[in-house]
Design a protein around this ligand. Sequence first.
Ligand code: UDX
Length: 434
Amino acid sequence: MHIAIIGTGYVGLVTGACFAEFGVFVTCVDKDQEKIEKLKKGIIPFYEPGLDDIVKRNLKEDRLKFTTQIDEAVNEALVIFIAVGTPPRGDGSANLEYVKEVAKEIAKNMTSYKVIVTKSTVPVGTGAKIKEIIRQNLEKPVEFDIVSNPEFLREGSAVEDFIRPNRVVIGAESEQAIAIMKDLYKPLYLIETPFVITDIPTSELIKYATNSFLATKISFINEISALCEAVGANVNTVAKAMGLDGRIGPKFLHAGIGFGGSCLPKDTMAIVKIAEEKGVKLNIVKAAIEANQRQRERLTEKIINAFNNNIDGKVIGILGLSFKPNTDDIREAPAIYIIQILQKKKAIIKVYDPAAMENTKNIFPEIVYCSDAYSVAKNADALVVVTEWNQFRNLDLEKLKTLMKGDLFFDFRNIYDPQRVKQSGFKYFGVGRH
Ligand code: UDX
């Protein structure tokens, strides 16, 4: 089978490369000539473990092609995935301009039956809109079907998530389209991955509901962490015991500095907007968004309070910049928020991150970039663990303490044993642990 993926961003590239790995012939299309030239050489524009191997192998074996020519790709493909960005507008709603533009281009180049699939996270009702746009822009009468097939890829483990997903969701109106989609996902069907086959609006909503629930779980435990600090309880133990209840489950119940990234913040805002437009109140999702903002503020205040509200000239070392480990993505990253606030208050900022320093340099060219955690510690008054990269989980605390000027250790992902940190001569500040 031949397929086309329009948009070689994060979702498009992972989807295209992984389908090629399944043995499908894939053409990835993007308007960005420079990006396409790099991809043809196997150069990936972002950091994602395992992806470059798959891209290089499938390029070599001629199952994966990159082009800027949408007409050729559409012509050859039976299934066309729309995987372009849906960035948030000022009011939180998803901007569908790119999706609509691509739908028009697909329509203009269609000469035979096609299945047109939305992979991008799109508001409920987008499938119907795309259908209408395609109908209006067809140059001759051609049959086609619209499918919603949301992605559930986590950055940092996207390849694994694609190849061994918890489920595949397919929203469609026709039996033919469902059969083609099942055929495309045959390797997963054979390993008994659960398939949820439904209508298009339900499929579109599943993605938003899932991400909103994950965000709610994180914000819930983060609010409990504030209460734990107030009453002298330990949030890790509370979460552990809660998670042992089979109805709750242990995942996404780690208290920390809150969620970031390109999905949870954007999708929670978008679902609230979708609901508002329909006159429905999503109070719980709204509260999850607010609690997330409050958590980063609260933890940043902890740093400032530890210096008695005066951090002018203090050297603060930040360990981890990406919104989570194994990615170079700093969108909505808590570290960026912390740096902004501390800088305003005239602190001197030193940072290290295994992957996200280049991206951060675009926002903060003036802060001090270091080669590892120990150079961050040199002459620092405080160290703040913001992202739980494996490299930060087992640092030599005695060595850190010797290098530092001060003795403040902020563990905003609760990855250290407080007693152990204190034994090394530090004052320890975690999340929800007295
Ligand atoms: C998420 C969804 O998991 C994925 O299915 C979806 O398609 C895209 O959005 P991603 O944005 O890559 O993926 O990150 P994820 O691993 O879900 O983590 C989101 C955020 O929550 C991170 O900032 C992480 O640090 C935070 N988090 C996660 C917590 O603070 N506590 C937890 O227990 C879990």
